[in-house]
Design a binder for this molecule. Structure first.
Ligand code: BDP
Length: 333
């Protein structure tokens, strides 16, 4: 009799958290992460690594489900807005559309700003980059910047060859949702088109809605765009880092100690993504060039022609940030 009563108490105690919607100790919070890239892409691999670390370090209190391939939000702008209202917990996005919500971010993605990837990483991992990341949370945007990932350099790719600025005339080029990038293409004589998610660029080129787009080697390869726009000009106009974003509203609803763990885990995945990035950048370049992509390398004079056109962008989007831009330009010299 006594034995039965004890068992019953244990059984009721075990059920309690379920009835009350879960206690801190035993309940698991499941959060969602949105990613536009496919499985196996460097950022997607980093998303899973982030999810794995968080689940391990919170001892299962927090589980993160990764939705890749843009299945939740095909356009990063949609995921950013969902984060702002707490409808989504995490999104791995490019810094480019985030600048529409936190304009200061344009400064770290100005055209022809970095000499190379090392230069960019010195800036991002240094005071300026880390301050910008912190500013996302401080901006009142409802967004929290957790860490940066690599996305290499972006280049134009088109249906017709581009060998000089003159060849850009009148071309409709798909861009990320960022006004500065639209003006960049205008200054080169083309027309910037926004509102097309990266997974829809291929069909937009195929249908003739646009004449080309711009991106790094891995996206160009992964999305299949090289099959419909086989001319790739190595102008390296921007280096736009990726950002792993969180929703401030969602983070605020969690135990602050778990938020610290989340922030720490995100930072730890950066090195992993950079490693995966380097491998994929090389294999993607090899793949598309072996499949007939025509790569145009610009001479320093030809490149200078592209760069010189950007002066109005520096004046407009760099206004108020002159010191920071100078510091960025001098970093690593
Ligand atoms: C890729 C970024 C991805 C962007 C995409 C784009 O990884 O986050 O959504 O470019 O152009 O390089 O939209």
């Amino acid at each position: 009799m006594k034995k039965i009563a004890v068992l019953l108490v244990v059984a009721v105690a075990m059920m309690m958290p379920l009835i009350a919607g879960g206690s801190q100790e035993s309940a698991q919070t499941v959060l969602t992460l949105s990613e536009v890239h496919a499985e196996g892409y460097p950022t997607t691999l980093a998303d899973y690594e982030f999810a794995r670390l968080v689940e391990e370090r919170t001892e299962g209190r927090i589980k993160i489900d990764v939705y890749s391939g843009g299945t939740l939000y095909g356009e990063e702008t949609g995921s950013i807005e969902a984060l702002q209202i707490g409808d989504l917990a995490f999104a791995r996005v490019s810094a480019s559309p985030v600048a529409s919500y936190v304009p200061a971010l344009n400064v770290i993605q100005l055209p022809y700003l970095y000499r190379d990837g090392d230069h960019m990483w010195q800036v991002l991992n240094g005071e300026i980059g880390q301050q910008m990341l912190a500013d996302i949370e401080a901006s009142g945007s409802g967004l929290v910047g957790l860490c940066y990932y690599d996305a290499g350099a972006r280049n134009f790719y088109t249906k017709t060859p581009v060998k000089s600025v003159a060849d850009m005339a009148g071309l409709k080029i798909r861009l990320q949702n960022n006004q500065m990038m639209v003006e960049m293409v205008q200054l080169l004589g083309g027309n910037g088109v926004t509102g097309i998610g990266p997974n829809d660029v291929y069909s937009a080129i195929q249908q003739g809605t646009i004449d080309g787009a711009e991106n790094n080697w891995p996206t160009y390869e992964s999305m299949g765009d090289y099959q419909v726009a086989p001319y790739f000009v190595l102008d390296g106009h921007t280096r736009v880092p990726e950002i792993l974003l969180a929703s401030k509203a969602v983070l605020d609803s969690l135990d602050p100690a778990d938020v610290e763990i989340i922030k720490e885990c995100a930072k730890e995945t950066q090195a992993y993504e950079i490693e995966q990035w380097a491998l994929r950048e090389q294999s993607s370049e090899e793949k598309v060039t072996s499949e007939g992509v025509v790569v145009t390398e610009l001479t320093s004079e030809q490149l200078a022609e592209f760069q010189e056109r950007m002066q109005p962008i520096y004046e407009k989007y760099g206004a108020g940030y002159e010191d920071i831009i100078e510091q960025i330009q001098n970093t690593g010299l």
